[in-house]
Design a binder for this molecule. Structure first.
Ligand SMILES: [Zn+2]
Length: 69
């Protein structure tokens, strides 16, 4: 699983973190979303759950060479 940072607090997501996914497919901690985060949230769950659920996170969690070669 690739280490992805929260765009708000810059901490790496851990599997059990409760995270939100916005309409731009940005993953952000649920606790980091505030009124300044203008993009509507379309899903909430654990980071580990998101990696299983969303292909774009799974690809990013795989070997980067698979994408560029
Ligand atoms: Zn955060």
């Amino acid at each position: 699983m690739e280490m992805i940072r929260c765009p708000k607090c810059s901490r790496f997501f851990r599997k059990k973190d409760i995270v939100n996914l916005d309409i731009c497919n940005t993953v952000i901690h649920a606790t980091c979303v505030d009124e300044q985060w203008i993009y509507p949230i379309k899903d909430i769950g654990t980071y580990a759950g998101f990696v299983k659920k969303y292909a774009f996170l799974s690809v990013r969690s795989g070997d980067v060479n698979d994408i560029y070669n």
